[in-house]
Write a protein that binds this ligand. Structure first.
Ligand code: GLU
Length: 284
């Protein structure tokens, strides 16, 4: 696809459950941003987690989004069709000494962490046990991890920033390498069980492949952005503008999850709600 100056947004759900009101909010936000600029709204099916994704949820998400009044160009980009593309990118990072094979189990990682990370909400940062394998070829039982310190070293003195518009005004954020090292560490790029590319890798490759200019998604993914910005730099990919919107929460202030079926768009539809009523529930 040729680069374009048209504003392009995308909604990129994973078919691991029924879409809920939070997804409706995200999809409407991306749709309206595209419409307001005579741009384009794309749908991408992020079905890289082959263990949790189900065809019936994919069918359901098309139905729900159509019912909400949204449309998108077809064919839809599906991650499960693109494993070769991601593998080629991961091979490139391995060749450049920016990634390495890792066969640690969860238990190995827990055991290698010197101090229990009490109260931590995020998964613990990988302790780097296999980092000495940088330069090796991965075998069948290996995951592939980013060598984050090597990746940060490539930056040298370069400052990487990106534009965030989620708070209603435009703010420039920049990568702080020390924070990135402490918060993310050597993230997985290729999963060892399914051989699927991990989200951070596929998302930057796919946003670039689809010429996405504005990434609209929930605020829970804002912390992923510095790492994704770094991957864009390493892979010479463009950086979109990011718009992280507030999360839709239940009456107790808890963020909605796919397992909370009660908030599923399909349930509201079955209960006779109309789309304007859904929009008004969402404050739109
Ligand atoms: N597939 C991700 C999800 O369903 C969204 C990723 C993104 O928008 O960057 O949460």
């Amino acid at each position: 696809m040729a680069p374009t100056s048209k504003l392009i947004t995308r909604f990129a759900p994973s078919p691991t459950g029924l879409l809920h009101l939070g997804h409706a909010y995200s999809a409407f936000t991306a749709w309206e941003l595209a419409r307001s600029a005579q741009g384009e709204f794309l749908l991408r099916v992020e079905d890289n987690d082959t263990q949790r994704c189900r065809p019936e949820y994919e069918t359901a998400l098309y139905r729900d989004l159509h019912w909400l009044g949204l449309s998108w160009p077809i064919p839809v980009l599906k991650l499960s069709d693109r494993f070769d593309v991601y593998h080629a990118v991961i091979d490139e990072l391995l060749r450049r000494g920016l990634a390495y094979p890792c066969n640690c189990t969860r238990r190995d990682i827990q055991a290698a962490l010197s101090a229990p990370q009490e109260g931590a909400t995020a998964p613990p940062v990988y302790p780097g046990t296999c980092r000495h394998r940088t330069g090796d070829h991965p075998g069948p039982g290996d995951a592939v991890r980013l060598n984050l310190s090597a990746a940060v070293a490539v930056l040298n003195t370069e400052v990487l920033d990106w534009q965030e518009t989620g708070t209603g005004q435009s703010v420039i954020h920049r990568i702080v390498p020390e924070t990135l090292l402490a918060s993310h560490g050597d993230v997985v790029l290729l999963r060892k069980d399914t051989r699927a590319a991990a989200y951070h890798l596929s998302v930057v490759v796919d946003d670039a492949a689809q010429n996405v200019t504005h990434v609209v998604r929930g605020a829970d993914l804002a912390e992923a952005t510095p790492l994704q910005r770094l991957l864009q730099y390493l892979l010479n990919l463009p950086t979109p503008t990011y718009h992280h919107h507030d999360l839709v929460r239940d009456a107790n202030g808890k963020r909605l999850a796919k397992r909370d079926d009660a908030r599923a768009i399909a349930r509201y539809r079955e209960d006779g709600y109309t789309v304007p009523e859904i929009r008004s529930l969402l404050g739109l």
